[in-house]
Design a protein around this ligand. Structure first.
Ligand code: ME8
Length: 512
């Protein structure tokens, strides 16, 4: 089955920060998970290179917009591999292939009667590239997101008849109550629609940096239409020699809450106008905060993903962000917080569990896992876990899914302490004194070791989307490299030989 997952495409007006990395990591978790399920995944990300957010910064720096995007797009492109992002394509909206499809689709929308020429008069934020409605304006005519003064714009534009989609959008929200998650964001979007939709500019003539309107060359398309359309244009050329439109559309979109209106109102309306299906789901994340304020280039309080990863590795940064900030809510992040979770959860809870389990099999059983059944009480607590996790991920409950798995990491740690395999190992050695007790200890130790190794294996498969590099190292050491979701269930792994395992999350990294 085709599965398309997308990140927002990033404005290339500054360097990437952890806030950008966050959407990429969430989308990558979904992409990797769906590959484990056997889906034909197309994971799309890229850069949004047109419009004022880019043109204004280029002007400030005294360079052309093209020079600016050519300088900055590679920095976003470089972020992917560093994050262990498995994106299948990276679209740049300055790509002529993208521009041609934007022109084609928007011409169809015009031919279908959804476009007219009109005059726009109102408030505009050049950083959001957003025409604000009355309800979206903060005190003193400022932008509630950027805090800057809004501009009074007045220009002749081509308009898209958004208002004509009022009823169809309301119907969409009624028919599919979870097409936008979490629910609070869905309600926010619906309230905006119910407040009454106004038509919105399709083109601008005040700026020139954009995709030309083919029927009126004095205009470029309003950057948001050009940007949103990346999600479908890339399907035409993102995979060599194939058109993925039929096999992969509609998409699952991962976005930040600041771009809700565009993805949950403008975008489905445009798709309806173009005769295409609306997205499968829009998953809306909150903001990463630093000392209580949104991490943003304009505030100058950004954390550099490259530096954090240099010290702790990509797995740790991915894990930290998705664990620290419940997906959908805002949450504060810091390098101190990263260090804390690295040490307590990755090094101690999971890394140590993996090390102890493999080391004990090597010490007590000559590195071969005993071929016995897993402990029944642990099995009961792992039962159905892959289905639960899959359902949560499909519903955008990214952090809850991780917590559900982590409960089992803690469970296995308690299991080690309760069962004290080191005591069982002593007891089985004392066969001279009490052969029956020694035989019982041997059987128990077999069960404990098998449960631990099989538990760790199952957890590694489940955790792979969050910790792609370390879980592969671990599964290789367990002699069970298979990542498929069918093998995520506890008890499905074979009892084989276990290799040596270096610490997955060395403590000295956090000390540096
Ligand atoms: O909005 N925490 O681009 P962008 C969480 N080009 N997410 C954050 C964040 C933070 N501190 N800072 C930014 C655009 N983001 C458009 C998108 S899509 C067709 C066009 C997220 O580079 C933000 O919420 O300003 C947004 O989803 C994404 O980064 C891109 O932001």
């Amino acid at each position: 089955m085709g599965y398309l997952v997308t990140t927002p495409i990033f404005y290339v007006n500054a360097a990437p920060h952890l806030g950008h990395a966050y959407s990429t990591i969430v989308a990558d978790v979904l992409a990797r998970h769906h590959r484990q399920r056997g889906d034909d995944v197309f994971f799309l990300t890229g850069t949004d290179e047109h419009g004022e957010p880019v043109a204004n910064v280029a002007a400030e720096r005294g360079i052309t917009p093209q020079e600016l995007v050519d300088e900055n797009a590679p920095r976003f492109q470089a972020m992917g591999p560093v994050l262990e992002s498995s994106n299948d394509f990276f679209i740049r909206t300055s790509d002529p292939r993208h521009k041609a499809v934007v022109q084609e689709i928007l011409t169809t929308v015009k031919e279908e009667g959804w476009v007219y020429e009109g005059r726009y008069e109102g408030w505009y934020c050049p950083k959001c590239a957003d025409f604000k409605t009355e309800t979206e304006i903060a005190e003193g005519n400022t932008c509630p997101i950027h805090g800057i003064a809004l501009l009074r714009e007045s220009e002749t534009n081509w308009f898209f008849k958004l208002s004509a989609f009022q009823e169809r959008l309301e119907q969409l929200y009624a028919d599919r109550p979870d097409w936008v998650v979490p629910q609070s964001r869905r309600n926010e979007a619906l309230a905006f629609i119910k407040g009454g939709l106004q038509d919105v500019s399709l083109s601008r003539n005040a700026i020139t940096w954009g995709v030309e309107v083919p029927w009126d060359l004095e205009h470029v398309f309003y950057v948001w239409w050009d940007a949103l359309l990346n999600y479908v244009t890339a399907l035409r050329f993102g995979r060599e020699g194939e058109d993925l439109t039929t096999s992969h559309w509609p998409a699952t979109h991962v976005i930040g809450k600041d771009i809700l209106k565009f993805h949950t109102i403008y975008w489905p309306a445009l798709l309806m106008a173009a005769g295409m299906e609306v997205p499968t789901r829009v998953m809306v994340g909150g903001f990463l905060l630093v000392d209580g304020a949104k991490m943003s280039k304009s505030k100058g309080n950004v954390l550099d993903p490259f530096e954090a990863i240099e010290q702790y590795g990509a797995d740790a940064v991915r894990f930290y962000l998705l664990r620290e900030v419940a997906f959908g809510s805002d949450g504060s992040v810091s390098l101190d917080g990263l260090k804390l979770r690295y040490e307590s959860e990755l090094a101690n809870d999971f890394g140590n569990l993996a090390s102890r389990s493999t080391a004990m099999v090597r010490r007590y059983r000559g590195a071969v896992v005993p071929d016995v059944a897993v402990d029944a009480s642990v099995a009961a607590e792992f039962d159905g876990l892959p289905d639960t996790v899959a359902t949560m991920l499909d519903g955008g409950q990214i952090s809850q899914a991780l917590e559900t798995i982590w409960e089992r990491v803690r469970r296995l740690n308690r299991f080690v302490e309760e069962q004290a395999p080191w005591t069982l190992a002593k007891a089985e050695k004392a066969a001279d004194e009490d052969p029956e007790a020694a035989a019982r200890a041997t059987a128990e130790l077999d069960r404990v070791l098998r449960t631990l190794v099989e538990g760790v294996r199952s957890l590694a498969v489940l955790l792979h989307p969050w910790l792609p590099a370390s879980t592969v190292v671990l599964l290789d050491a367990l002699g069970a490299p298979e990542l498929s979701w069918a093998g995520a269930e506890l008890g499905t792994g074979a009892a084989g030989a276990v290799g040596e395992l270096a610490p997955l999350f060395p403590k000295d990294r956090a000390a540096a």
